[in-house]
Design a binder for this molecule. Structure first.
Ligand SMILES: Cc1ncc(COP(=O)(O)O)c(C=O)c1O
Length: 431
């Protein structure tokens, strides 16, 4: 029997197909209507535990009351002024960011998304290293959907298909993946050959003096939840430290894309802090405003001030409502000590997953950015399908879509978290 509610969903999905661009992929064919904390509610009255956070965005859960209040209050005061005047909210947020950004990174440009943040960082590198036309990016990484950030991305060929010519001067090098070594070595006794890929390239085809920037995700997100090698993974090797040395040697700008790994997701404000390295530029977006559109790139004032007024801009970027929501999001993460919570709970979670699944899956990550790599896409799809039956929304990642990604809200309640992970472990074990 088709109920009114079911009919409603069918009608909505039919209209969705008729009026919305087919380019926009959707994972689950339910229609979300409302969200609260770790849950979303669909139009047919179903309640789902959301372990996707809208792809790593709602760090404090859906519609966090304090963030909603901050945004509502700002909505009633002033929504938009663009660059016509200065305004209170971006000043407040930029000052707050300066306190949490690593090293001497102290100056920020606000935009609307991660891809825009990456594009802005590329423009910055052109100013800092004027006359150097090349950029190095890592194979398997994702940086966004604008033409600039698409040119830097290589996590899925579909994202680039039909879009050539893209931004010129991009060279890819393999990401140092200790769970699928690009040069087929065993991380326990390798000679750090993945670093040679970069330095050999400098000798053979890409003079380092021609490179303006190297962009890297400290923990690859869309490409499969792969942290760059750090001492906790390989005692002899901290890839990002080596990369820092190379960038220093050749005056190459080190851009760290923290769009997915930033804002507390890994138990530190920024993923790169796990490596004890300070990049030159940090891009961020996703979790910063708990769901309102916001992106940013930050660097040292000495670099940022090379771009004169008008060199870059955005009508909506850094609008007052998103800034107010972002300031409140950062304040709540700090006040509720969520970095500590995510760090400790994430470590426990990883141990638990390893104990239960080590013979059938590769487990990796930091904090609440954990990847569970299964042996095939079909297996991952089955897990996602079975979770959906249990009213749990969870996503996959990676070119082969065989990594289950675990990105719950940073404030998810501990018992709920461990009960749910046990359900997922059972589903994975059943195969
Ligand atoms: C590391 C990284 N950079 C950039 C982006 C692009 O962000 P947005 O979709 O907000 O443009 C993403 C999105 O998934 C990302 O994971």
């Amino acid at each position: 029997m088709i109920t009114n509610q079911a009919l409603n969903v069918k009608e909505l999905l039919a209209k969705d197909e008729q009026f919305l661009s087919s380019a926009l992929y959707r994972v689950f064919h339910i229609v979300a209507e409302r969200g609260e904390g770790s849950y979303i509610y669909s139009t047919d009255g179903m309640k789902y535990l959301d372990l996707t956070c809208g792809i790593g965005v709602t760090q404090l859960g859906h519609c966090h009351p304090e963030v909603v209040k901050a945004a509502q209050e700002q909505l009633a005061k002033l929504v938009h002024i663009s660059c016509v005047t200065h305004h209170t909210e971006n000043i407040k947020l930029a000052e707050k960011l300066e306190k949490i950004l690593p090293g001497e990174i102290n100056n920020t440009f606000f935009c609307n998304s991660g891809a825009e943040a990456v594009d802005g960082a590329i423009k910055l590198s052109r100013y800092v290293n004027s006359g150097r036309p090349n950029i190095v990016a890592f194979r398997g990484s994702f940086h966004g959907r604008t033409l600039g950030s698409t040119a830097l991305s290589s996590s899925k060929a579909l994202h680039r298909k039909h879009y050539d010519p893209l931004l010129a001067g991009i060279t890819f090098v393999d990401f140092p993946n200790c769970w699928g070594c690009p040069v087929f070595k065993d991380p326990k006794n390798c000679q750090l050959e993945c670093l040679d890929l970069l330095t050999r390239m400098f000798k053979l085809n890409l003079p380092p003096e021609s490179i303006s920037a190297i962009i890297i995700e400290p923990i690859v997100g869309e490409g499969g939840y792969v942290p760059a090698p750090s001492h906790s993974l390989n005692p002899r090797f901290n890839y990002l430290k080596e990369l820092r040395k190379i960038c220093d040697e050749y005056n190459i700008l080190f851009i760290c894309d923290e769009v997915q790994s930033g804002i507390g997701r890994t138990g530190k404000w920024f993923g790169i802090e796990h490596y004890g390295v300070v990049p030159d530029v940090i891009t961020m977006a996703k979790g910063i405003a708990n769901g309102l559109p916001m992106g940013a790139f930050s660097s040292k004032k000495k670099y940022m001030s090379l771009m004169p007024p008008g060199a870059h801009g955005s009508t909506f970027g850094g609008n007052l409502v998103s800034c107010a929501a972002a300031s409140k999001t950062l304040e709540v993460i700090e006040r509720d000590k969520l970095l500590d919570y995510v760090s400790k709970t994430g470590t426990e979670l990883m141990k638990h997953l390893e104990n239960e699944l080590k013979s059938i899956a590769k487990i990796r990550g930091f904090g609440f950015m954990i990847g569970i790599e299964l042996t095939s896409k079909e297996k991952a799809e089955k897990v996602i399908e079975e979770c959906f039956k249990e009213k749990i929304l969870i996503l996959s990642a990676g070119a082969e879509q065989k990594v289950i990604r675990f990105i719950p809200p940073l404030n998810i309640e501990r018992t709920l978290l461990f009960n749910t992970i046990d359900k997922i472990i059972n589903i994975i074990k059943k195969g």
